[in-house]
Design a protein around this ligand. Sequence first.
Ligand code: EPU
Length: 340
Amino acid sequence: MMNIIEAASLKKLNTFGMDVSADYLSEVNSPEEIQQVLEFRDKKNIPLFILGGGSNILFSRNIHELVLLNRLKGIEIVDENSNHVWVQASAGENWHQFVQYCINNDWGGIENLSLIPGNVGASPMQNIGAYGVEIKDVFHSLEAVNLSDGKTKEFSAKECSFGYRESVFKQEEKGKWLITKVNYKLTKDNHILKTGYGAITSELEAMNVKKPSIQSISEAVIRIRRSKLPNPEEIGNAGSFFKNPVVDISVMQQIQSQYADVVNYPAGENQVKLAAGWLIEKAGWKGYRKGDAGVHKNQALVLVNYGHSAGNEISDLADQIIEDIENKFGVKLEKEVNIY
Ligand code: EPU
């Protein structure tokens, strides 16, 4: 039977460590409990707020809603042939534990996504990506419950409309679905190793790995992430706070005329993707701190809470950075973290 807590603290349920409360909080462990929460919502007539791992969210207010905490668990093989396995994971599984489970079974495709905080359900929600891989590369389908009528629907990759840190669930379908299960198509043999992302190659060299495997790539990614990104258990943060902006080549050339070392990647015809971390660092924000809100000293794309920062102090800092980058480089950064 579902359990509902009134005036619940959300501090431990968001990686920024924001000390806000929810009017109601319910942890959901089964499909039956989802239906019970929907009934409770209808009876009380309060809006629902879906929370997963809380690793891409900035709370700047108390949540006067019914927070549904997705705790659905389970991993199973749904199909396989000699080269591939279709694995289904419930949305409340911890992402990194799922990655490790796959690597231990020698299933390949998500090793580059090791150590990303959050849960399985967030992986399609924002098409998580790192070190040259995005979830859309291995995604097969997902199941989600419609929050208005409680019915389950399957979404194909196409229906998810994946983009860079984007999906239909952050756009036109926002707030309408509870993702319950995600199906991935992984390799069993002939793994396609993606070592092209600069830092991986050099890390594998530093590790003395001559013949990379999904295990060693995962280890390399873990080492890189640990060296650059703050551990949310120690310093509150939600990973990259901004997206890397895609701009016209002319904008990049303008910056290049002043800074020859501007970091950029091809992004289709006449456009390039800039490294927002580089822009923020060049603008002098890296390591900046005001009160308990700051810009991480090793990765300028990550905003941090050193202890007791309020959500609006972090988002004010983000707005200041956006304004400064626009003035200095003519590039408008977009926030990647969901702010409430
Ligand atoms: N850079 C700087 N200064 C900084 C940070 C970065 O000059 O303070 C430069 C780096 O030297 C490098 C380039 O910017 O040349 C890219 O840096 P990095 O490899 O650290 O990756 P990123 O573009 O800053 C993105 C993702 C990360 C992901 C990494 C690795 C976004 C918004 N972020 O960051 O994702 O882990 O690539 O693939 O796309 C996240 O989404 O939360 C996240 C951490």
